[in-house]
Design a protein around this ligand. Structure first.
Ligand code: GLU
Length: 300
């Protein structure tokens, strides 16, 4: 595990939910993991609403998420940041990349790309859009580029960026893509430590390449295991859509901590959330997450 000693320097962590629904167990695990890790290192913990994907944003869910975090005792520092208020920052980042010849316009539709979307972009529009009409903007990934980093929990990671392909940074509908916005925001908010779900591990390679292209610092990364079904299969949709219950915060925290391989004493069950979190902060054992990409729910 990458050494991260207490008091090594300022620590600024964050939780960056997308307000596309209520907080569910998977996102509670990410919130608890990043919060406890930040507080264990005497760090700050910020909340950022990733509300750029307006067609998917559910009205009222941003405030519902914040109320739920409060109910679980996950109190953040400073003001909540909203990506929708920061569009001009993404415009200037995109312009900076464009000025360096690191972007191109792409007219490919999802249908044209077909199965290719999973295997990376084949480079179709690299020398210009193939047909008229709306275009997305892609980040031109160098032809031979691997990105290597040491993840605090997952260890040495290596991604073939060229195979992942030229990532979309502004969609055809004009919406700035997550990969660009997250890099700009993490830098602007002075984030030193990104702790989030391992589903975003492959995205980290693009984010590091974008940070380099924009001259931005690379934070430390720590990817937490993703919650899966007891048999190891992907969490069922029915379960993913179940909101966590803010009426029983200690229970939810204990469940999240257990999924994070911590061992909260059962006696904490009746305590207020601050007591459970205080135990978790003092007894945080991130070494137990070493190489753990998935955390299955218990069989009931
Ligand atoms: N908004 C993303 C999500 O809810 C998280 C992004 C991140 O932590 O970098 O999955």
């Amino acid at each position: 595990m990458q050494a991260l000693e207490r008091g090594e320097g300022p620590y600024v962590g964050r939780f960056a939910p997308s307000p596309t629904g209520n907080l569910h167990l998977g996102s509670l695990v990410a919130a608890v993991g990043s919060f406890v890790d930040a507080r264990h290192h005497s760090g700050r913990w910020l909340v950022r609403m990733e509300d750029l994907d307006t067609p998917r944003v559910v009205p009222g869910s941003a405030s519902a998420i914040l109320r739920t975090l409060e109910a679980f005792g996950l109190t953040w520092d400073g003001e909540v940041e909203y990506q929708s208020r920061r569009l001009e920052r993404y415009v200037s980042a995109l312009e900076a990349l464009r000025a360096r010849g690191l972007t191109f316009e792409c007219s490919c539709t999802r249908r044209e790309l077909g199965a290719n979307t999973e295997r990376g972009y084949p480079g179709t529009c690299r020398s210009g859009p193939r047909h008229p009409g709306p275009t997305a903007t892609r980040f031109r990934v160098p032809d031979e580029r691997t990105v290597e980093f040491v993840d605090r929990f997952q260890g040495a990671c290596r991604f073939d960026l060229a195979a992942a392909g030229d990532v979309i940074i502004r969609r055809r509908d004009g919406i700035f893509a997550y990969q660009l916005a997250v890099v700009v925001d993490d830098a602007d908010q002075g984030i030193t430590d990104v702790v989030r779900g391992a589903d975003l591990l492959p995205s980290t390679a693009w984010q590091i390449a974008l940070q380099e292209a924009l001259g931005l610092p690379t934070p430390r990364y720590g990817h937490l295991p993703v919650v899966v079904e007891p048999d190891g299969s992907k969490l069922a949709k029915s379960r993913r859509s179940v909101p966590v219950d803010p009426a029983n915060p200690a229970e939810g925290l204990i469940q999240a901590l257990t999924l994070l391989r911590q061992t909260p004493p059962p006696a904490l069950a009746g305590e207020p959330p601050a007591v459970v979190l205080d135990w978790a902060i003092r007894n945080w054992r991130p070494d137990r997450l070493q190489g753990v990409l998935e955390t299955p729910l218990p069989v009931v």
